[in-house]
Design a protein around this ligand. Structure first.
Ligand code: PMP
Length: 285
């Protein structure tokens, strides 16, 4: 995967895919000083690309880093990568991190903040599960208290527990894991937000300690436009039993129906299908 043809944008210029490397003393590798974005380009246009560029800069700011490129310049870099690789439909990964330099310790103000943009063709994040309903495990790790870590940031450090949770889920034959938060409320999956349906109304956890996804916000607006009531609130684990439908949202996940979480079952119902279809239409419009 490293040694292949293609172009990646790094610190202002396009480089060969196989040459897009960093030094082993990169600060981010040791201390997780890294923030990133996941975006999708549909028919030549990145869905909410500019919003993602802003979120990347905001995530960096929350980690006390300043990306030396404006949101507009980041937009240009992303388009350049897609064009150089000849892709109209692809997943786009922008990443900013503190590089190697004079500072080897925790504090590293003297090391440069770097930026790279890669893209690749990536189909359904949940593969076959996509329309049948994904099976989710319940993660042992919890989303941390925002007083512990800047949970609003899309920062690499927040994904350590996600990788562990997803590995544990896959070992049990599940596609992903649902995580509770530090208080025990339902939070999200390891890379996607979660929604539930009961009696024709939608319930989704309040994003007060995890990423308020751009897809999540898009889907909430879509539901409101459909005159469907959306409750953003704290959801207790006991409530899982009473929900009829469930889906995940995320740039990679798009709208993915969930068939099971632990021992609780959900149907891939009409509203879930409708939301998935409307989202597909919207991103390609
Ligand atoms: N939560 C987590 C942990 C994620 O990694 C993602 C994917 N970026 C999301 C939620 C959904 O965010 P978005 O809709 O902006 O892709």
């Amino acid at each position: 995967y490293d040694d292949r043809d293609g172009k990646i944008w790094m610190d202002g210029k396009l480089v060969e895919w196989r040459d897009a490397k960093v030094h082993i003393l990169t600060h981010a590798l040791h201390y997780a000083s890294s923030v990133f974005e996941g975006e999708r380009c549909y028919n030549g246009k990145i869905f909410k690309g500019h919003e993602h560029s802003h979120r990347l800069r905001r995530s960096a700011e929350l980690l006390d880093m300043e990306i030396p490129y404006s949101a507009e310049e980041i937009d240009v870099a992303k388009d350049a990568v897609l064009k150089a690789n000849g892709w109209d439909n692809a997943y786009v990964r922008a990443i900013a991190w503190r590089g190697s330099g004079e500072d080897m310790g925790v504090a590293a103000k003297r090391n440069p903040v770097r930026l790279a943009v890669a893209a690749w063709e990536w189909g359904n994040y949940y593969g076959d599960a996509k329309m049948k309903g994904a099976k989710l495990d319940i993660a042992k790790w919890r989303r941390p208290d925002p007083a512990t870590i800047p949970s609003e940031a899309k920062a690499a450090g927040l994904y350590m527990i996600c990788t562990m949770s997803k590995h544990a889920a896959e070992a049990k034959g599940c596609s992903d894991a649902m995580m509770f938060d530090y208080r025990g409320y339902v939070a999200e999956a390891t890379g996607a937000n979660i929604f539930f349906v009961k009696d024709g109304e939608v319930h989704t956890p309040k994003p007060d300690c995890f990423l308020n996804g751009i897809t999540r916000q898009t889907v909430i607006q879509m539901l409101k436009d459909m005159q469907i009531k959306v409750h953003e609130r704290h959801i207790m684990p006991e409530e899982l039993e009473g929900f009829e439908q469930c889906w995940l949202t995320g740039t990679a996940a798009e709208v993915t129906p969930v068939g099971r979480i632990g021992t609780y079952n959900f149907e891939v119902g009409d509203l879930t299908k409708r939301v998935a279809l409307e989202y597909e239409k919207l991103v390609r419009s």
